[in-house]
Design a protein around this ligand. Structure first.
Ligand SMILES: Nc1ncnc2c1ncn2[C@@H]1O[C@H](COP(=O)(O)OP(=O)(O)O)[C@@H](O)[C@H]1O
Ligand SMILES: CC(=O)OP(=O)(O)O
Ligand SMILES: [Mg+2]
Length: 406
């Protein structure tokens, strides 16, 4: 069974086409700069890379091009669209409506549209992607896999904000958490690698990508996570501020005369390490490199980024009354020995010890703690697309409407 996985962002569509027999990625790529100048598709088959420059007005055009490329006699991997058995969609915000992965039908679409206001940056493009597939592949089942679903197990004490209770009841204002597909995948993998029972295991997973979040997972369930109502709360990120005093939002509007949209834009797109370095870069490779060459602001941004991660790990160890393992994943977590080492330096009080040689690794699965470390520390490359494809396969093959996340 071959499954197409789509991750639609505001201006890009990432895709992977997976043969589930053996879980082999047949090709993958990204259509980017949708709706603006310079749109293009970067398509990869194994080590081969093909770039197609073409105007892409909207998500439908991007997805049409992806399907055309899959069919292409030279760089494609299928002869007929009927070879696509199902499409799995990453949907960022499932709100309280979805604690499972689901087969998309009219009721699901209605719920997605109703909840779109909760994630204005993420859900509208996700919905556009689903609609484009329904139009271009009308007979192919689509499945939605939600970033928020895994965190629906959080208890009220972790997900409620201390604001008037009616805001939760009337407007669903609460913490939801994101990157759940990634936290789910790497936490389970950690238990497998360590030979532990996942349902008797306390693990803290650090998903450090462009967006970044940490989760506390006890006995297979997410009990807390650093992102909240939207993917803005928590850690310092590439361009997002993470935790701040909400009074700052009011101050910026009242005293600097900034509009609501301007403030939202600053906190989402001009903050994080980008803002801390006076717009030098949001990319951790640039920041690390600059810090190494004596750029003091870059070093400060790194220090703040690392300190925030260490504080969350301390808090989540308390939340779970202990921790068996800490996992680093996503772009930064998988590829930055420096950040892993510096985070772990804060954790000596927990008996965390990493081996510098083992830590000197990028993008491969590995235990990086010493044999006598009281807590195992692991690098585990995430694979959200594979989880989406597996959930999609299960739902389609078993002809069920949903797959409960356990
Ligand atoms: N070798 C590296 N060292 C440090 N950071 C890296 C390295 N490679 C990638 N990154 C970071 O990973 C980030 C992207 O992570 P990724 O998980 O791909 O994010 P997203 O899925 O949100 O696009 C980049 O912004 C970059 O900062
Ligand atoms: C939810 C979220 O922050 O996603 P990303 O890391 O892909 O931006
Ligand atoms: Mg990501």
């Amino acid at each position: 069974m071959k499954i197409l996985v789509l991750n639609c962002g505001s201006s890009s569509v990432k895709y992977q086409f997976i043969e589930m027999d053996g879980e082999k990625v047949l090709c993958k790529g990204i259509a980017e700069r949708i709706g603006i100048d310079g749109s293009r598709l970067v398509h990869r088959i194994g080590e081969d890379k093909h770039v197609i420059e073409r105007p892409l007005k909207n998500h439908e055009e991007a997805i049409k091009l992806i399907l055309d490329v899959l069919l292409d006699p030279e760089i494609g991997v299928i002869k007929d669209l009927s070879e696509i058995a199902a499409v799995g969609h990453r949907v960022v915000h499932g709100a309280e409506a979805f604690a499972s992965s689901v087969l998309i039908d009219d009721d699901v679409m209605k719920a997605l549209e109703e909840n779109a206001y909760l994630a204005p940056l993420h859900n509208p493009p996700n919905i556009l992607g689903i609609k484009a597939i329904q139009k271009l592949l009308p007979n192919v089942p689509s499945v939605a896999v939600f970033d928020t679903a895994f965190h629906q197990s959080m208890p009220k004490k972790a997900f409620l904000y201390a604001i008037p209770y009616e805001f939760y009841e009337k407007y669903k204002i609460r913490r939801y958490g994101f990157h759940g597909t990634s936290h789910r995948y790497v936490s389970r993998r950690a238990a497998e690698i360590l030979g532990r029972d996942y349902y008797d295991f306390k693990v803290i997973t650090c998903h450090l990508g462009n967006g970044a979040s940490i989760a506390a997972i006890r006995h297979g369930k997410s009990i807390d996570t650093s992102m909240g109502f939207t993917p803005l709360e928590g850690l310092v990120m590439g361009t997002r501020c993470g935790d701040i005093d909400p009074a700052i939002v009011v101050y910026l509007q009242q005293n600097l005369g900034l509009s609501v949209d301007q403030v939202y834009d600053i906190l989402n797109k001009k903050s994080g390490v980008l803002g801390l370095t006076k717009n030098f870069s949001s990319d951790m490779r640039d920041i690390e490199d600059a810090a190494l060459h004596g750029n003091e602001l870059a070093q400060l941004a790194l220090d703040i980024y690392i300190y925030r991660i260490a504080k969350y790990i301390g808090a989540y160890t308390a939340a779970m009354n202990g921790v068996d393992a800490i996992v680093f994943t996503a772009g930064v977590g998988e590829n930055s020995p420096y950040i892993r080492e510096k985070v772990c330096e804060y954790l000596g009080f927990l008996g965390v010890k990493i081996d510098k040689n083992l830590n000197n690794v990028k993008g491969v699965e590995r235990i990086i703690s010493t044999p006598d470390s009281k807590v195992a520390v692991l690098v585990i490359p995430t694979n959200e697309e594979l989880v989406i494809a597996r959930d999609t396969k299960y739902i389609v093959e078993n002809k069920v409407k949903e797959l409960k996340i356990v």
